[in-house]
Design a protein. Structure first.
Length: 86
């Protein structure tokens, strides 16, 4: 699966995209908890990757999901922090 990070999530992760293997039945929340443990970066405002993830919206193959959604068969997870402006 590809995980695409945007804005503050990208800044805290230190990368825009990563490729991971997923276990059967894994949830978005489980995957992101593991990624939070793997990335120790911070945003310019000092937020940790885990702090940013707590505020994000998630798209699984383009459809909005909650953190308890399973990722079985999915190819892409987008991690979208709140955006300001308009």
């Amino acid at each position: 699966m590809e995980i695409h990070y945007f804005a503050a999530a990208r800044a805290a992760a230190g990368i825009p995209v990563e490729h991971i293997d997923t276990a059967a039945g894994a949830t978005v929340g489980e995957i992101l908890a593991a990624r939070a443990a793997a990335h120790d970066g911070r945003t310019q405002a000092g937020m940790s990757f885990g702090d940013v993830l707590a505020r994000c919206t998630f798209l699984l193959d383009g459809a909005r999901v909650e953190s308890d959604a399973t990722v079985d068969g999915a190819h892409r997870l987008d991690v979208l922090p709140p955006f300001a402006g308009g």
